[in-house]
Design a protein around this ligand. Structure first.
Ligand code: FES
Length: 80
């Protein structure tokens, strides 16, 4: 499996709403970051990380696609 494209080397701050479903882009090719726009279909080997927000909050979703805690930023981008 190839590495995903680095969309940016910092997290995206987004407001999540409790109970809402989100599709986090894992391939790095979306033009709607940090969310999926279907671009992974061209890359072939990636699927979005679909999750439901457990609470309403502002979070940092990973932009570098190298986090160990997907979809959240874990600081890995600082070492890129
Ligand atoms: Fe990817 Fe922070 S943006 S770990």
């Amino acid at each position: 499996m190839s590495d995903p494209v680095i969309a940016q080397t910092s997290p995206y701050r987004v407001d999540l709403e409790e109970g809402e479903k989100y599709a986090y882009c894992t391939c790095g090719l979306s033009d709607k970051h940090p969310f999926c726009n279907g671009a992974h279909k061209e890359a072939g080997e990636f699927k979005p990380n679909v999750f439901i927000a457990e609470k309403t909050e502002t979070v940092g979703l990973c932009g570098c696609k190298r986090t160990g805690n997907e979809p959240r930023c874990d600081g890995t981008h600082k070492s890129l």
